[in-house]
Structures are given as structure tokens and as C-alpha cells.
Write a protein that binds this ligand. Structure first.
Ligand SMILES: Cc1cc2nc3c(=O)[nH]c(=O)nc-3n(C[C@H](O)[C@H](O)[C@H](O)COP(=O)(O)O)c2cc1C
Length: 276
């Protein structure tokens, strides 16, 4: 039998790809597109699989901030144990009354983006420069051993220099005296407006009075030197050095949220004896 010369095997797809010159345009494009595809798959899978953990950590961080302004900082007890003293309630801001709604299922920031559950703030009333706000807000009541309310925690937010500052202010049961202030989210510059996080600056808020004798919101971040012994000092905290815009933003968010368009009606009812 005559020997047939063996046909050379046709290279496969990978073989043909490997045989291409490394500096050819086609190989460069294939490698680039392939790399992009692989990376985008890795990023997408990570984003999807890590989402629940991200949400959990965000919620945990919020809870820790609430505990901090509540003064429940005993780290030997778990977050869940300390949170048992904190009752979240939904308040209707216009009337200042409690609403029979599950606070756990109410997201104030999401509600603020929903036209059906929020209002546009008229420019002349928009002291905090937030544009719109939810009709309802979540307040937190911190209970003591005797089950009485020891502190009220109110969420506040307003524009600083680079973005919106989100935080909590806790008040004594007189609904006038500040206990603590904490911003849990902001975009201010570290070392300048970011000093709102500085524990020394934050500690000045303790004991400050929100309302002046005439009932107006008097609390403010000072814009210059002030006499700490003067009667007005009970409404003032020192300004942030080199960051007067952030300081003004904090003053303005207090003016808005403690005023008639914010928690004013709720605080007035609380002072008049309303309890959940
Ligand atoms: C890079 C950069 C970042 C700044 N960040 C802030 C800030 O976070 N908050 C703020 O109020 N001012 C910030 N400023 C300063 C403001 O532009 C403005 O000068 C300042 O608020 C005036 O404050 P003063 O009157 O206390 O000097 C920043 C300036 C620069 C150049």
C-alpha cells in the first residue's frame, strides 16, 4: 500500500491565537477585550455577592452612631443588647405627632426621594439647602432603667461646603438641652470642615440650649470669638478654624430641623407633655 503523506493538522482557535505576532493589532485588541470582560465579571460578581454584607455593615454603623449619641457606649454589652433601650418611632413632621407605622420598615432618606412621601421645601424656608424632605421622620427614644425617656434622638441633615452632612442630635427630656451631636456621613475636608468629627469640638455641644427665651432657634456655630461667660454662650459653640462654610452649614441645619418646618411642632408637643 502506498504511503499517503500525512496532512498537517489545522491549528485550533487557541493555536491560531498563540501563533499571532504579539505586536499585531488583532492580538492586542483580543487581549484587551478579553481582560476587560474578565475584570468586569469579577467586579459584577463581587458587587452582587457583597451587597448584603455592605447593607448589613451600613445598618450596623448607623446603629452604633445612634448608640453613641444616646450615650449607650458600654462596649462590654453587645449592640443588640444596648439597642433594647432605644425605641424608634415615626413622627409626622407637620403635626408633630407620632404615627402608627413600623419604624423598622421606614427609611426616611428613601422617603425624601419619593414625591408621594415628601415635600418640596420653598427656597425661603430651605435653610439647610436640602431641596425636599420626607413628610415623616424617625425619632429614637432612649429609655432609662425606670422606662422613662432619658433622651430624644433626632436625625438632621443639611448642606456644608462639599455636600450634605447627615447626623443625629440627642436632646435631654426637656427637648431643649443638647446631649450629643454626631455626623455619620459628610464630604467635608479632613482637617477643615471634617473637624465636625473631632471629639473635642463635638464635646462643646453638650448642655447647649437649642431655643432662645423668645422660642426661636438660637443655637449656632460661632463665626468669631465670643465671650464664653456671656448669657448667649449657652447657645454657641466655637467655629471650625478655616471652615466657616461648614460651620454655617451646621448652624443652618439646626435652624431648619429644630424650627417650625422640621421638628419644631414635635418638640413643642413633647415639651407640653406628649408621650408615645
Ligand atoms: C482644598 C480646600 C478644602 C476646603 N475645605 C473646606 C471645608 O471642608 N469646609 C469649609 O468650610 N471650608 C473649606 N475650605 C475653605 C473655604 O474655601 C473657605 O475659604 C473657608 O470656609 C473660609 O473659612 P474662614 O472664614 O474660617 O477662613 C477649603 C479650602 C480649600 C482650598
Amino acid at each position: 500500500m502506498a504511503d499517503h503523506p500525512q496532512q498537517p493538522k489545522k491549528p485550533g482557535l487557541i493555536g491560531r491565537f498563540l501563533a499571532m505576532a504579539n505586536d499585531s493589532t488583532a492580538k492586542t485588541v483580543i487581549v484587551t477585550v478579553g481582560l476587560c470582560l474578565v475584570c468586569s465579571v469579577i467586579v459584577s460578581v463581587s458587587a452582587v455577592t457583597l451587597k448584603p454584607r455592605q447593607l448589613y455593615n451600613k445598618e450596623l454603623d448607623l446603629q452604633k452612631n445612634i448608640l453613641e449619641v444616646a450615650g449607650l457606649t458600654d462596649e462590654s454589652r453587645s449592640v443588640a443588647e444596648r439597642l433594647r433601650r432605644v425605641e424608634a418611632r415615626v413622627v409626622d413632621l407637620a403635626s408633630g405627632t407620632f404615627v402608627d407605622l413600623d419604624a423598622g420598615g421606614f427609611d426616611q432618606r428613601r422617603a425624601a426621594r419619593d414625591p408621594a412621601r415628601s415635600i418640596t421645601i420653598a427656597p425661603q424656608d430651605d435653610l439647610a439647602s436640602i431641596g425636599r424632605r420626607a413628610r415623616r421622620a424617625t425619632v429614637y427614644l432612649v429609655r432609662g432603667d425606670d422606662d422613662g425617656v432619658r433622651r430624644l434622638i433626632l436625625p438632621v441633615h443639611g448642606y456644608g461646603l462639599w455636600g450634605t452632612l447627615y447626623g443625629f442630635v440627642s436632646l435631654q427630656p426637656d427637648a431643649d438641652t443638647v446631649y450629643r451631636l454626631k455626623f455619620y456621613e459628610h464630604k467635608e475636608t479632613p482637617g477643615l470642615g471634617g473637624e465636625v468629627d473631632n471629639p473635642r469640638w463635638r464635646s462643646q455641644w453638650r448642655g447647649k440650649k437649642i431655643f432662645s427665651d423668645d422660642g426661636a432657634v438660637g443655637i449656632e456655630v460661632a463665626t468669631g470669638v465670643f465671650d464664653h461667660e456671656s448669657p448667649e454662650a449657652r447657645h454657641k459653640v466655637d467655629g471650625l478654624s478655616g471652615a466657616s462654610i461648614t460651620g454655617r452649614g451646621v448652624t443652618n441645619l439646626f435652624r431648619y430641623w429644630m424650627g417650625d418646618h422640621g421638628f419644631g411642632p414635635f418638640l413643642a408637643r413633647w415639651r407640653a407633655g406628649m408621650r408615645p
